[in-house]
Design a protein around this ligand. Structure first.
Ligand code: GLP
Length: 261
């Protein structure tokens, strides 16, 4: 796991955009795992800027969402389909038809989850997965207690997550759907490169657990310790509870310039 503490949020966004840029240069049809939430917004701004200036093209790439609320139609402004369209697809040259996500209004939600797993497998797996982390350590919508081997399935959101996400639903936690479809931790761990972004003091404990804590279903993000290639991009506040900060910055500053994330 590589931990990079960035002086400013736009540095983390630029590093993640660099990694995506390098990936699509090497593999234009790459499968990008797209996260919603505030954490990846800077990356999407940066990608939009680079696509506009012609330094990056996502025209042949494919996108796969991490999760979706159950019961929200696609066109609902808070469905993750709409969110990713607003935050990314509408601003870059990635064809919306090439962006996939589980349908939270499907009549048979279990079949929908299985079909989504198949779609990811048919795409050859996710090349680079962007991730945020919840204050309780959830990744995608894998709440504490989620199996570390789980696949895409239906989950019940915790009260904490519904309170955290109430800001997108007029401040009312009861307006946040109770259930979601989410890639499992086992699904996420299979991505060839995981890039997690966290900022602010509210994320410090989740980050400490994810980087230095024991692997535990109580902190789902700790499962990233079992993934093959993980980059954690932090601001100083999110990094503030880490014990081995000196080592992480020494490792990063000693990295040869030609080596990306
Ligand atoms: C939501 C999303 C996650 C996201 C998390 C953190 O619950 N399902 O994918 O990582 O919240 O959100 P934020 O980045 O806004 O802090």
């Amino acid at each position: 796991m590589e931990v990079v503490v960035c002086a400013a949020a736009h540095d983390a966004a630029a590093l993640a955009a660099d990694a995506i840029g390098r990936l699509v240069t090497r593999k234009p049809e790459a499968a990008l795992g797209l996260a919603t939430g505030s954490s990846p917004l800077g990356v999407y701004d940066e990608l939009a800027r680079r696509v506009r200036t012609g330094t990056v093209s996502l025209a042949r790439a494919r996108g796969f969402l991490l999760d979706e609320y159950v019961g929200l139609p696609r066109e609902h402004e808070q469905s993750y389909r709409s969110v990713i369209h607003r935050d990314l697809t509408s601003r870059v040259d990635l064809d919306p038809a090439r962006v996939h996500g589980p349908d939270g209004t499907a009549a048979d939600l279990e079949a929908e989850c299985a079909a989504y797993e198949d779609a990811i497998a048919r795409a050859g797996g996710i090349d680079l997965q962007l991730l945020g982390v919840g204050t309780d350590g959830h990744i995608a919508f894998n709440e504490p207690g989620s199996s570390l081997a789980s696949r895409t399935r239906i989950k019940t959101l915790t009260g904490q997550t519904r309170r955290d996400n109430a800001r997108f639903f007029g401040g009312d936690p009861d307006a946040v759907p109770r259930h979601c479809l989410t890639q499992g931790i086992g699904t996420i761990r299979e991505a060839r490169h995981l890039v997690l972004i966290a900022s602010g003091p509210a994320k410090a404990e989740a980050v400490r657990q994810l980087v230095e804590g024991p692997v535990s279903a109580s902190w789902p993000a700790t499962a990233l310790q079992l993934a093959r290639h993980v980059t954690v991009l932090l601001d100083p506040e999110a990094a503030s509870s880490l014990e081995r900060l000196d080592y992480y910055s020494e490792t990063y500053s000693a990295k040869p310039p030609w080596q990306g994330l």
